[in-house]
Design a binder for this molecule. Structure first.
Ligand code: M6R
Length: 598
């Protein structure tokens, strides 16, 4: 993970610090900058959040035209100041995102050559290697080129060299990187979102192209730039910073979902979905990680139910290692909010190598996954800053729902009345969601009780099992309460052994054809004295005796949209539990928004 940024501009420190603020979602255990000031590289680092670095910087008047910065998510080496980037060797300073897999071997060699290392990171070998080749009279470009031929693994690098000319270099392999030309300077960063209002033109480098940014131009070393330029909307980055009156980005993003779904239900992207020939498809495979994987799990139920298509789902980190069978007429869908998740990207590349037709479902339009898939559908959730994914999930589900309808239509497996009903249900979705959000104080009361426990068991059935899993993931991510989820029928096959007064069980209980079965599962819970909490239809209360605070009522709604609605109380539960426990909702420990390492 980690976020990197660099600028060649008047007062380069400002765009770098602003960009680090926007990159903090990629890691926040330490940060640092290197700046060329008075012909010297000055490096300042701090442990913890970016504010600590800013405080240090406020104590010294540093100015310069060439600056690199880093915000870290520790892989190799503890999150402390020594391991924070940039790492420097002589006149070379480097920021790195990725993993240098052969760093131990390289380090051994460099130590034999007389190099001394300060950190326990993999990254520190990079400035040492470059410095070594510079000392052999190579030019800056030659030294970088030679150094990267030694590296195995993934990297996006920002390299500052203090030499006869002051240059910033950027290069990548299997890690995201953008290069940008603005009116007032030249920039490089992990993603386009990190760049401020000055950057309009964005270049997406290919692996191992070496870019030089100097005070006059951006140079592709050895070649002239002849690449496609993608324009980004500069307003996005400015808008990002605001929580719009909410306590956290996550809270803002939860409440934003109503408007996003209103927009999605009005905009017809149906024409786009019809570019996929669902009629001829034999199989859909959906591959993703984390929350996006749970969206895939819900999508499977819709595609199977409404379009009768065989759907396999897989966790991206497993997919390419299990020799999956890619058949003719198979569509492989890759779901990713960030579009940069290393496991999902690697799975996409694997599927492409096996000649599968690939489709990316992403939130970040120009992300690597979006650019590499054969087809790309956006979910239009807008920038999601909270590390715990919320609005991206409901928008992923909304798009999947529309795709399933299109598939059902093309395969002529659904009559007009059913089709109309599904479309009508979708149109109702934001209004029902609004009602649920209006009851958020009820969820505060439930959270107050639940967050007194150390463990919680979530139960669901059918398409609501992945929602229970998503609820458990949300709770553990930001409140650090241990939570697991099961299909309710599985309770008796093992997890029931855990039940006692200290193991609360939260059940999603709608009124549908499985209600009777679920009620039996609920009885089993109550018989073992486990504290019971229900998110469900009003009618459930007729059968189960529960205190007011232990029940969160779901409004009546069509079965098809239940998963999209019932995730809302789950998100609120996690949010309020974390708030009550005083946790950092947007930046939970050990996590990063975009997981760009394997
Ligand atoms: O950007 P992606 O959708 O590919 O990310 C996948 C997961 O890393 C992500 O959903 C993660 O599980 C979130 N922290 C969940 O809240």
């Amino acid at each position: 993970m980690c976020g990197i940024i660099g600028a060649v501009a008047e007062s380069a420190i400002k765009p770098v610090l602003d960009g680090l603020g926007r990159l903090e979602y990629r890691g926040y255990d330490s940060s640092g900058i290197s700046i060329l000031s008075n012909n010297e590289i000055q490096t300042i680092k701090a442990r913890g959040k970016l504010n600590n670095l800013k405080q240090r910087l406020s104590m010294q008047a540093l100015e310069g035209k060439c600056c690199i910065g880093h915000t870290r998510w520790a892989t190799h080496g503890k999150p402390n100041e020594t391991n924070a980037h940039p790492h420097q060797c002589g006149q070379v300073s480097v920021v790195h995102n990725g993993i240098i897999e052969n760093y131990l071997e390289l380090k051994r060699k460099l130590v034999q050559w007389g190099h001394h290392f300060n950190s326990s990171t993999d990254s520190e070998v990079v400035p040492h290697l470059i410095n070594h080749y510079l000392s052999q009279q190579m030019t800056q470009e030659e030294a970088i080129e030679k150094a990267i031929t030694q590296l195995k693994g993934s990297y996006a690098l920002g390299i500052l060299i203090n030499g006869s000319s002051n240059n910033l270099y950027a290069i990548k392999q299997d890690s995201p990187l953008v290069i940008s030309q603005g009116n007032n300077g030249f920039y490089m960063a992990s993603d386009a979102m990190a760049l401020g209002a000055d950057s309009a033109k964005i270049y997406y480098p290919k692996d191992n192209e070496i870019f030089q940014l100097n005070s006059h131009e951006i140079k592709l070393c050895g070649n002239s730039i002849n690449k496609k330029i993608h324009y980004i909307n500069n307003q996005n980055s400015a808008k990002l910073i605001s929580k719009e009156g909410h306590n956290s980005f996550m809270e803002k993003e939860i409440f934003e979902q109503v408007d996003l779904l209103k927009r999605l239900s009005v905009n017809s992207h149906a024409n786009k979905y019809s570019t996929i020939n669902f009629k001829e498809l034999k199989k859909i495979t959906i591959i993703a990680c984390g929350t996006s994987y749970y969206a895939a799990s819900v999508a499977k139920t819709w595609f199977e139910k409404y379009a009768h298509i065989l759907v396999e789902i897989d966790i991206a980190s497993e997919y390419r290692y299990r020799s999956p069978i890619v058949t003719d007429n198979e569509l492989a869908i890759f779901v990713s909010q960030s579009g940069e998740t290393a496991d999902t990207l690697a799975a996409l590349r694997y599927a492409k190598s096996k000649k599968a037709q690939t489709l990316a479902l992403v939130n970040v339009a120009n992300s690597t996954i979006a650019r590499e898939a054969n087809f790309t559908f956006e979910i239009y959730a807008g920038p999601e800053i909270g590390v715990a994914s919320t609005k991206a999930f409901s928008c992923q589900l909304a798009i999947f729902y529309k795709m399933a309808i299109e598939a059902a239509k093309q395969r002529e497996l659904i009559n007009n009345a059913e089709l109309k009903q599904l479309i009508f249900s979708f149109a109702q979705l934001p209004y029902i969601m609004e009602k649920v959000l209006q009851r958020c104080t009820d969820m505060k009361a439930m959270a107050k009780k639940i967050c007194k426990y150390s463990n919680v068991l979530f139960l669901g059935r059918g398409a609501l099992t992945p929602i229970a899993q998503e609820g458990a993931l949300k709770l553990k991510e930001i409140s650090y309460i241990h939570a697991e989820a099961y299909a309710a029928g599985e309770l008796k096959h093992g997890p029931i052994a855990l039940l006692d007064e200290q193991m609360p069980v939260l059940v999603i209980a709608p009124k549908n054809n499985l209600t009777d079965k679920l009620l039996s599962n609920i009885q089993e819970v109550q018989a073992r004295n486990a504290p019971l909490f229900i998110i469900g239809d009003k009618s459930i209360r007729e059968y189960i005796n529960l205190q007011e605070d232990d029940f969160f009522e779901l409004p009546p709604m069509p079965e098809a949209i239940l998963p999209i609605i019932s995730v809302i109380p789950m998100q609120l539960l996690a949010l309020y539990s974390a708030q009550i426990l005083g946790k950092n909702v947007d930046q939970p420990r050990n996590l990063a928004k975009s997981v760009t390492v394997e």
